[in-house]
Structures are given as structure tokens and as C-alpha cells.
Design a protein around this ligand. Structure first.
Ligand SMILES: Cc1cc2nc3c(=O)[nH]c(=O)nc-3n(C[C@H](O)[C@H](O)[C@H](O)COP(=O)(O)O)c2cc1C
Ligand SMILES: [Mn+2]
Length: 482
């Protein structure tokens, strides 16, 4: 059964001993970060701060911050189950013969269950405030000492593509400027930024309506960070993941719809052309991201549940909560990647690589320079374009074992021959690139080299003891009493 809302998820976490309520007063300025950071680094639970200093609204943090919590969030024994369901759908073809076609019907009917449903009543409207509201009522964190201010870190930002009318939902941090104004940190490659650019270029209106939902059922919250293709509705994918449609409700002041079960909804607009300094912000790279100019979000109405819960997260030196969210993305998106690139066996993005800095890829190599083809394909694939370093190995290398990859890759390369540099778009958070969003990337072809690739020397085998010897020594080992 899909979680109805954030509260049911909290209950499930509690039942599984994955959540700790903190009843002492803790300051949302820095102190909650220190709690959350220590908890995630020590395999500790999600935290629900019941008395954040200066606010009556409780704070939920680290709700997704372990493999187990991701499983509870997506109601699976392993996130691989989500990947398997996606694979099943991808493999679905209209079968021959009436009987087989009839057998397909339940699957097709299941698809209908993913589409969001519009409802006229929802908990997020229990309190509607057009005036007399202030963001200062919310326990918004100042995450790190040198941050430019307080930041909303886990919002679901809804906008509409002005050309197609399709909705987008993305998680973009929002720096609090004052009671009713925040930054809108959608990076230039993201869908919110694309909608903004198109509206600005169209020049038909001066304001871009935006709605921000904070706290919802976990699959819906999680969908906001998924690297989906443009115009693919996150709410549909959320419906797929939770096995039940997301109920959407119309905003009070715009045509945008938001999840009806949201804890808090901020309605408002971005003034097209208005930019303001945003940052610095202690980011998921483990460094502060630099100040830069970003659009400004003006809040005109807040709606919320009677006793709302504020859901948030922190990013910083890895691994943090976002590592576990990203790790599940890696599993869930592998079947989709393999649709285009079936030669890919597995991928791994180690925590230290912060997603976009390092991808280890194993392939079934079939032709000369195959590894290069895979690199270029990954650099052309949605947000995987940011991958600063791609290491391609043969299929017999377990990419989940970083030590094995390092050992084999470092042995297998002739650096001058096997390293490929390319110029291209890089992540906005990359502080080392020569210009913002403009830089280079590196691919390492660590596969075994072929004669057809101009490699004329023999290629050695990995050292391995035959099984019969190992078995014999298993016995002798016991006798030897080691
Ligand atoms: C905790 C967290 C914070 C994030 N903050 C930002 C942000 O401030 N700006 C941004 O562009 N992306 C941010 N992201 C990444 C986007 O949510 C992610 O790239 C998403 O796929 C964007 O959706 P879109 O393709 O619909 O734009 C964040 C992700 C997480 C998990
Ligand atoms: Mn999107």
C-alpha cells in the first residue's frame, strides 16, 4: 500500500527503528546539520527534531539516508525491484494471438494507475494564508558556517513548460532572502531553468508562476531529484514507483498543481529578468559552491497542513543523504541506460565522486574502440553528460568493487593511448573548470586491448589458482591448524 503522506512514511521509519525523535531544543542554525552529519556518517537513524529553536514546526532530516531507508521509502526489499519493474515494462510488446493479448490487459490496466489524478480537496489546504505569513516561522536550516543564509534544501519546485504546457518538478535549493523572498537555484542545464529561458525569450509575460511543495509521500518527494528527460512528468514516475496515482490539487493563485498531501506549499512567481546574488552554500561536493546570480522567487501565498512537518536535508562532505538517494538512481536508471547501450553490464558511482565526478562502467566489448563509443554515449545522455571521469572496464571486472577497478584499470592502461579528453558542459557546481559550466572531461579505456586496436603484444591473464588446488588446500588448511 502506497504511503498516503509524509506522516505514514515517518510511522514506517519508526516501526522499522529507523527514526529517532529528538525532544530537546536544537538550533536549525548549524546544530541540526551537526546532528544529521554525525548520524549519517555512523549509520544512525533519520531524525525528527520536535523542538527546533525558534519554530513550532518539527524538522525531518535523513529520512532517505541509508539503503534500508530508501527501501522503506520505495516499499521494496531492494531498489533493484524498481529497476526490474522498469525492465518488465520496457520489454512489454504487443504479443501475437488473442489469448496472449488478453493476458496483457492487466499490465496495461496497471499503467493507468500511474497517471496523476486531480482532486479538489487535499490536506495541504487545511490552512490557506494569503497574508500574515513569513518564512521565519519555518525551521529553515543554516546548514554550514559560511553559507549565505538559511536554505530550503528539499523542495519540490513545480513549473510549466510554456511551449508544451507540460509540468516539471525539480529539487532546487532556495536561499531565504527575507520573509517572502528566496533564491531559485535551478542550474542552467535543469528543466526549471529551461522553462525560465523560454518564457523570457517569448516575452509574453513578465512573471513565471511557480509552486513549491515541501514534504509529501516519499516516492513523490524522491521523484523531484530524478534525472528524467524533459517533459516527462515526475508525478507520473512517482505514481509508477508508489503503485498508486499521485493526487494533485490546484494552487490558490496559479494554474500549477501540487501534491494534495504536501505538508507545506509556497505559491508565487519568479520575475523574469530579475537576478540576485545567491550563495555561498556548503554543497554536496564537500566544498562551498561560489556565489552567483540566480532568479528570485516571490511568495504570494502559503498553504499548509494544520501541524506541518518541515522536511529537509543537508549536503556536504560525502557520504550524505543525497548519496543514498543517488545510489538508488544508479540502480533504477541502469535498465533505461541499457535500452540505448545494451553493452553496459553495470555502472557504479562511488560516493567520493559526488555522482558527476566518477562513473565506473563495465561493458561487453565487441569491436575496436568500443569503450570510446560508450564514453561518448554517456556524455550525451541527460545529466550523465556531467560525468567528469568515466572508467570503462571489461565485463569480468566488478565495478561495485572499487578496489578491483583501481587495480585492474591502473594495470591495463597506457595513459597516453587510453585517456580521452573532451570539452563539454560540466556541472554548475564544478569549481575547478576554467569557466562556470564549461570544461573538460576524461574517459579512461581500461579494457583489455585488442590486436585490431593496434596492440601487438600478448595480453596476460589475471593470476588464479585452479579450483582443485584450492579445494585440496581447504582441507589441508584445517589439518594444518592455522
Ligand atoms: C538535496 C538535493 C539538492 C539539490 N539542489 C539542487 C539545486 O540547488 N540546483 C539544481 O539545479 N539541482 C539541484 N539538485 C539536483 C536536481 O534536483 C536534479 O538534477 C534533478 O534531476 C533536476 O530535475 P530536472 O531535470 O527536472 O530539472 C539537488 C538534488 C538534491 C538531492
Ligand atoms: Mn524533470
Amino acid at each position: 500500500m502506497a504511503y498516503a503522506d509524509l506522516r505514514e512514511f515517518i510511522k514506517a521509519l519508526e516501526k522499522n527503528k529507523e527514526l529517532k525523535r529528538i525532544s530537546i531544543e536544537v538550533d536549525p542554525r548549524l546544530e541540526i546539520t551537526e546532528f544529521a552529519d554525525r548520524s549519517v556518517k555512523h549509520g544512525g537513524p533519520a531524525l525528527l527534531f520536535e523542538r527546533p529553536k525558534g519554530s513550532r514546526v518539527p524538522v525531518l532530516i535523513n529520512a532517505f539516508a541509508s539503503e534500508r531507508r530508501m527501501q522503506i521509502a520505495l516499499e521494496v526489499g531492494s531498489v533493484q525491484e524498481v529497476a526490474n519493474r522498469i525492465s518488465e515494462f520496457l520489454e512489454m510488446r504487443m504479443p501475437q494471438g488473442l489469448i496472449n493479448k488478453l493476458k496483457m490487459l492487466p499490465k496495461l490496466a496497471e499503467m493507468g494507475r500511474f497517471f496523476p489524478k486531480i482532486v479538489s480537496k487535499g490536506e495541504c489546504k487545511e490552512v490557506i494564508r494569503h497574508d500574515n505569513f513569513s518564512l521565519s516561522e519555518l525551521p529553515i536550516l543554516q546548514c554550514w558556517p559560511d553559507d549565505g543564509g538559511r536554505y530550503i534544501t528539499l523542495p519540490m519546485v513545480f513549473s510549466i513548460n510554456p511551449e508544451t504546457g507540460k509540468r516539471n518538478c525539480g529539487c532546487y535549493r532556495m536561499q531565504v532572502y527575507d520573509d517572502r523572498t528566496t533564491g531559485m537555484h535551478w542550474q542552467t542545464h535543469k528543466q526549471g531553468a529551461e522553462h525560465y529561458r523560454r518564457m523570457l525569450n517569448e516575452g509574453k509575460q513578465s512573471r513565471m508562476p511557480i509552486a513549491v511543495a515541501i514534504g509529501s509521500d516519499p516516492a513523490t518527494m524522491y521523484s523531484a531529484i530524478l534525472p528524467l528527460p524533459p517533459d516527462l512528468d515526475e508525478m507520473m514516475i512517482a505514481g509508477f514507483m508508489r503503485g498508486s496515482p499521485v493526487e494533485m490539487i490546484q494552487c490558490e493563485t496559479s494554474d500549477i498543481q501540487v501534491p494534495a498531501n504536501a505538508e507545506i506549499v509556497l505559491e508565487g512567481y519568479v520575475e523574469l529578468g530579475e537576478l540576485r546574488r545567491e550563495g555561498p552554500f556548503g554543497d554536496h561536493t564537500g566544498f562551498y559552491s561560489l556565489e552567483d546570480d540566480y532568479p528570485v522567487f516571490h511568495i504570494t501565498c502559503i498553504t499548509h497542513r494544520k501541524n506541518p512537518i518541515y522536511a529537509t536535508t543537508i549536503v556536504g562532505p560525502p557520504p550524505m543523504e543525497d548519496f543514498y538517494m543517488g545510489r538508488a538512481i544508479e540502480r533504477i536508471f541502469l535498465p533505461l541506460m541499457r535500452l540505448q547501450l545494451p553493452e553496459i553490464r553495470d555502472i557504479c558511482m562511488p560516493a567520493e565522486g559526488i555522482f558527476h565526478n566518477l562513473m565506473l562502467v563495465s561493458i561487453r566489448k565487441s569491436y575496436p574502440l568500443h569503450a570510446r563509443k560508450v564514453m561518448h554515449a554517456i556524455w550525451g545522455l541527460g545529466q550523465a553528460m556531467f560525468t567528469k571521469c568515466i572508467v570503462v572496464v571489461d565485463e569480468d571486472v566488478d565495478v561495485q568493487n572499487v578496489s578491483e577497478v583501481a587495480w585492474k584499470a591502473l594495470n591495463n592502461i597506457d595513459p597516453e593511448r587510453d585517456i580521452q579528453f573532451v570539452l563539454g558542459p560540466v556541472d554548475s557546481l564544478d569549481h575547478a573548470s576554467r569557466l562556470p559550466n564549461y570544461g573538460s572531461k576524461m574517459g579512461i579505456d581500461a579494457t583489455r586491448k585488442w590486436k585490431e586496436e593496434g596492440f601487438v603484444r600478448p595480453w596476460p591473464d589475471v593470476i588464479r589458482m585452479p579450483d582443485d588446488v584450492r579445494k585440496r588446500v581447504d582441507e589441508l588448511w584445517k589439518k594444518a591448524g592455522i
